[in-house]
Design a protein around this ligand. Structure first.
Ligand SMILES: *[C@@H]1O[C@H](CO)[C@@H](O)[C@H](O)[C@H]1NC(C)=O
Ligand SMILES: *[C@@H]1O[C@H](CO)[C@@H](O)[C@H](O)[C@H]1NC(C)=O
Length: 284
């Protein structure tokens, strides 16, 4: 009996060690993920948006050759080809209308459309705002800086989003039920469409919010990535990753995030890891 216990303990500790050794990546939903660097040597990549039709990831980054400025760029997610997008003044925000395959870029003097032929962006009429973030859902939503107001751009004109006239927001996103999620320095909030009511979701310091191809919402903070689970009314911390600058979700569900100097894909392995940190779960 004693021997059996000893054997069981030995066997267990050997297995445990093997599991531990394989769980040295980023663990999301009990699956070990390895980091695949898609682009490095890039300063502060922000505001990631994927055009699912062409598999292009749009983002902005900082450049400091004599003055600091923001530059728009993309990488092709199949080939990793990197290209700077010319024609934008202070290109910072990116958003994609997946139905018409239009890529919008927000600069310091309004909105631009990306031209897939020339790989340049062209200013479009209707706003001269300094644009901080763009989120596309049926219409184009954007926030401006430093006022932190939320606008919707429609038929060549922009106007304040009526539900958010009384509040500031740096980042905005709309879910499949027309609820409006927004963040400001006080945290993350949701304006519930059905009840015309605002709920505080937590003291998160958001630096990016995005949707996957089906409209599920995810966000990043400087310490990790989160999923807004509107079915079970929870916010789930997917992974702790220090120094995150933003994120996007590929059409197959793979997560791409920006670190201080690179763009990284989290590639799932076949390894299950039971050593997961406790998921941080909040109910709203
Ligand atoms: C950048 O540096 C060059 C050369 O020193 C200078 O002529 C130019 O005015 C500078 N540009 C800005 C925007 O400061
Ligand atoms: C953030 O939004 C909430 C909810 O709309 C609002 O009560 C709060 O005053 C805002 N915070 C700031 C700093 O504007």
């Amino acid at each position: 009996m004693k021997l059996l216990v000893l054997l069981v303990v030995l066997a267990y500790s050997v297995t445990a060690r093997i599991i531990d050794e394989k769980c040295d990546g980023i663990i999301v939903h009990n699956i070990n993920h390895i980091k695949e660097v898609l682009k490095d040597n890039i300063d502060s990549p922000y505001q990631l948006a994927i055009d699912y039709d062409t598999n292009m990831l749009f983002f902005s980054y900082s450049s400091y050759d004599n003055v600091s400025k923001f530059i728009s760029a993309y990488i092709n997610l199949k080939t990793n080809e990197f290209q700077i997008i010319d024609g934008v003044n202070g290109g910072f925000a990116n958003g994609v209308d997946g139905r018409s395959n239009t890529v919008y870029i927000g600069g310091n003097d309004g909105l631009y459309k990306f031209d897939f032929e020339s790989k340049r962006a062209q200013h479009i009429d209707g706003t001269a705002h300094n644009i901080w973030q763009i989120f596309f859902k049926n219409d184009l939503y954007y926030t401006n800086y430093p006022l932190e107001n939320v606008y919707v751009y429609k038929d060549g004109k922009s106007q304040r989003v009526p539900e958010l006239l009384q509040t500031k927001a740096m980042l905005v996103a709309i879910d499949n039920n027309d609820n409006i999620y927004y963040s400001n320095s006080s945290g993350l909030f949701v304006h519930k469409k059905a009840k015309n009511y605002v709920t505080f979701l937590g003291d998160y310091n958001l630096n990016g919010i995005t949707s996957d191809i089906t409209g599920n919402l995810f966000f990043s903070t400087p310490d990790g990535i989160y999923f807004i689970d509107d079915k079970s009314k929870k916010i789930e911390k997917l992974a702790t990753i220090p120094n995150i600058y933003g994120m996007a979700v590929e059409s197959d569900g793979n997560i791409i995030y920006a670190s201080q100097d690179s763009l990284v894909r989290l590639k799932p392995t076949k390894t299950h890891c039971f050593v997961n940190e406790k998921p941080e779960v909040e109910v709203f």
